[in-house]
Ligand binder design. Structure first.
Ligand SMILES: *Cc1c(COP(=O)(O)O)cnc(C)c1O
Length: 243
C-alpha cells in the first residue's frame, strides 16, 4: 500500500474508535480531505482509494486542480476565506458547499449571482470559536443574527456550522471550541428558522478529530494526517494578512 492509502486506513480506524467510544455511528461522520498545497496526483490517489469529498482554501488552487481532477469523481467543498471578487470563480468550479460563510456582504453577493444563474448553494456558517483574532469566522454572539439574515436569501441553503477551533497540540484545549459550536447549533435549532437546516457540524482536523467526534462533528476535515506535512504554515491560509 502507498502512504496515502495507509494514512486513510489509519484515519478510518481513528474514526471507528472515536465513534465506538462516544456511541455514535460511523455513517454519521463524513471525512473531508483538506487538499491545500497537495498536488493533483496525490489527491487522485486518495480519491481512487475511496474518498469522495475534498476541499481547497484558495480559489487559485481550486482553479488549477479543476481540469486535471475532472475525470476522477469527487465532490468539492470550499473551506477558505472567500473574497467577494472570487464568487464567480467559486461557482464556476463546481463547489457544492461553501463552509466558510462568515459575513452578510458575502452572502448577499453570492445570493445575487446565484439568483441570476437560477442556482442554489449549500453553505455552512463559519464561527470563530477560539477568540483568536487571526482566524476568520463570525463571532459566536453575532452568529444567530447572521444566520437569520442569511436565511432570508433563498438561494443559500444553510446546512450547519463550521469552525477551526483553537490551534493547539492538546485536543483537550480545543474541546470548548467544539462545545461552543454544538451549543450554537442547538440554539439555532430551537428557533426553527425557515430555510435553515442545522444538521452539519464541520469541526475537527488531523490532531483533534476524536474530540470533535465526541462533541458531535458530522464532517471532519483532515489534511496533514493523510497527505503529510505542508510546506506553508497554516497562518498563510488562516490569517487576515498573508505573510
Ligand atoms: C488545512 C485545514 C484543515 C486540515 O488541517 P490538518 O491539520 O492538516 O488536518 C482543516 N480545516 C481547514 C479550514 C484547513 O485550512
Amino acid at each position: 500500500m502507498n502512504d496515502i492509502a495507509l494514512n486513510l486506513q489509519s484515519i478510518k480506524d481513528r474514526i471507528h474508535t472515536a465513534c465506538k467510544d462516544s456511541g455514535r455511528q460511523e455513517a454519521e461522520i463524513q471525512l473531508l480531505l483538506a487538499t491545500k498545497t497537495v498536488p493533483v496526483d496525490r489527491i487522485k490517489i486518495a480519491l481512487n482509494t475511496g474518498s469522495t469529498l475534498i476541499a481547497e482554501n484558495k480559489i487559485q488552487e481550486l482553479k488549477e486542480k479543476f481540469e486535471p481532477l475532472q475525470d476522477t469523481p469527487h465532490t468539492n467543498h470550499f473551506i477558505g476565506h472567500l473574497q467577494t471578487n472570487k464568487i464567480k470563480e467559486l461557482l464556476r468550479y463546481d463547489v457544492s458547499c461553501l463552509q466558510s460563510l462568515d459575513r452578510i456582504d458575502l452572502a448577499e453577493k453570492l445570493h445575487q449571482r446565484l439568483q441570476a444563474n437560477n442556482k442554489t448553494l449549500d453553505v455552512l456558517i463559519q464561527i470563530n470559536t477560539s477568540g483568536e483574532e487571526s482566524k476568520f469566522g463570525i463571532q459566536p454572539d453575532e452568529a444567530i443574527s447572521l444566520i437569520e439574515k442569511v436565511a432570508r436569501l433563498e438561494s443559500l441553503k444553510i446546512k450547519g456550522l463550521m469552525t477551526i477551533g483553537l490551534f493547539s497540540a492538546t485536543p483537550e484545549h480545543v474541546r470548548p471550541c467544539f462545545r461552543l459550536l454544538k451549543n450554537i447549533q442547538q440554539k439555532v435549532q430551537e428557533l426553527s428558522l425557515p430555510n435553515v437546516a442545522m444538521n452539519e457540524l464541520s469541526m475537527g482536523m488531523s490532531g483533534d478529530l476524536e474530540t470533535a467526534i465526541e462533541e458531535g462533528a458530522t464532517i471532519i476535515r483532515v489534511g496533514t494526517a493523510i497527505f503529510g506535512k505542508r510546506s506553508y504554515p497554516d497562518s498563510y491560509y488562516w490569517n487576515e494578512q498573508n505573510p
